[in-house]
Write a protein that binds this ligand. Structure first.
Ligand SMILES: Cc1ncc(C[n+]2csc(CCOP(=O)(O)OP(=O)(O)O)c2C)c(N)n1
Ligand SMILES: [Mg+2]
Length: 358
């Protein structure tokens, strides 16, 4: 069986930026807006990598290659829909309205990065693989019980679909008819393990069959396909049709994190697949060839992206440092007895000049 025949990939812009489908649901202005965002996010991601190498931030998980999926999905949401993502989903959060300096503060270990601004309905990024999928089901189900017109969207990786949490979530959402959109970013790798080695299913989307929910496989590097499909899916889920599983087929262009070295496990063939069809090059080619942007327009987009990233770095680096005792905050509603004691000891020592702040 050829999975591409049985579970075809929806695509509007092919790998070379040629229009191969209907783009009637997205205007030229929206495409220019998406292009600006994709370029800004890519510029940010590359800068964050460099900042880690210069010792200015700690570990950082790059999202390059996955911008089209993250932006295209969030663009299809209403502002009060929920977003539950992982450590690799800062592009989605940024597009939803979280300032770009947040992921930098996150990689500096600043606790504020776990405090999503009030105007964005998102949970803090999750590092425990697949746990956010359960949270999305809880939020979606609760919205349904309360009669709210809200959808919960969760992003997770191909590796996460091997976790029990993923299967439990799909089952519960299906049984309860919870308004949840499950977005798997199949970026082909779970750290160094290729998807072919961690599951026997030929696609992620076929798992929707087991829970009798709708499943859609799409080209996650094609922002037009992502945005148009998700707009349609989110409105059906909002109208009460039950959950949907999306498999966005994409590729992680970089390393798993700044602590990883993919040259140790990627083959030459893998590397050749890398840049084929990546989201920004194909959109740029289409926009130029269709006369929607000019070369000067592209240069202006790149310049404004650089400016936005410079501003984010400046804000992060001048942000007031957290007090050390904040490590005790926000983990429990009420601090446990041993932790309360440690906090007191810490403050007593700090008062005697024994503990360092900052
Ligand atoms: C429950 C759990 N098990 C193991 C890990 C270690 N770990 C961190 S990232 C990762 C791979 C996840 O791959 P995938 O779900 O494809 O997401 P991606 O990193 O590709 O976005 C693993 C196993 C973890 N964080 N949580
Ligand atoms: Mg992955």
């Amino acid at each position: 069986m050829n999975p591409d025949e049985e579970f075809p990939i929806r695509r509007v812009l092919d790998e070379n930026g040629k229009l191969v489908g209907d783009r009637s649901q997205v205007s030229d202005d929206q495409l220019k807006h998406f292009f600006q965002w994709l370029v800004t996010l890519r510029t940010f991601d590359q800068r964050a990598w460099n900042l880690q190498r210069q010792g200015r931030i700690g570990t950082y998980p790059p999202f390059s290659g996955q911008e089209a999926t993250q932006v295209g999905v969030v663009a299809a949401l209403h502002p009060d829909d929920w977003i539950c993502g992982s450590y690799r989903d800062w592009a989605a959060l940024a597009y939803a309205g979280v300032p770009l300096y947040y992921p930098l503060l996150n990689s500096m270990g600043h606790p504020i990065a776990g405090r999503i601004p009030d105007n964005v309905n998102a949970l803090p990024v999750q590092v425990v693989i697949a746990a956010q999928i359960l949270h999305a089901v809880g939020l979606g189900w609760s919205a349904k019980l309360q009669g709210q017109n809200r959808v919960a969207v969760t992003f997770f990786g191909d590796g996460a679909t091997s976790q029990g949490d993923f299967h439990e979530s799909l089952n519960l959402a299906s049984v309860m008819g919870a308004p949840v959109v499950f977005v798997c970013q199949n970026n082909q790798w779970a750290i160094s393990v290729p998807v072919s080695k961690q599951m026997r299913s030929r696609t992620v989307v076929q798992r929707a069959l087991a829970y009798d929910i709708e499943g859609i496989r799409l080209d996650g590097n094609d922002i037009i396909a992502v945005y148009q499909t998700l707009t349609e899916v989110v409105s059906k889920v909002r109208a009460g049709q039950g959950p949907v599983l999306i498999e966005a087929v994409t590729y992680r262009l970089g390393a798993h994190t700044t602590a990883d070295d993919p040259t140790r496990y990627r083959t030459d063939e893998d590397n050749q697949r890398l840049s084929r069809g990546e989201p920004i090059a194909r959109l740029k080619r289409y926009l130029l060839e269709a006369g929607i942007v000019t070369q000067e327009g592209v240069a202006a987009v790149e310049e404004s992206a650089k400016q936005a990233v410079d501003d984010a770095v400046a804000t992060a680096e001048s942000y007031p440092k957290a007090a050390m005792e904040e490590i005790f905050d926000h983990v429990y509603g009420t601090l446990t007895q041993p932790l309360a004691q440690q906090r007191e000891q810490f403050l007593a020592r700090a008062g005697q000049g024994g503990a360092r702040h900052g």
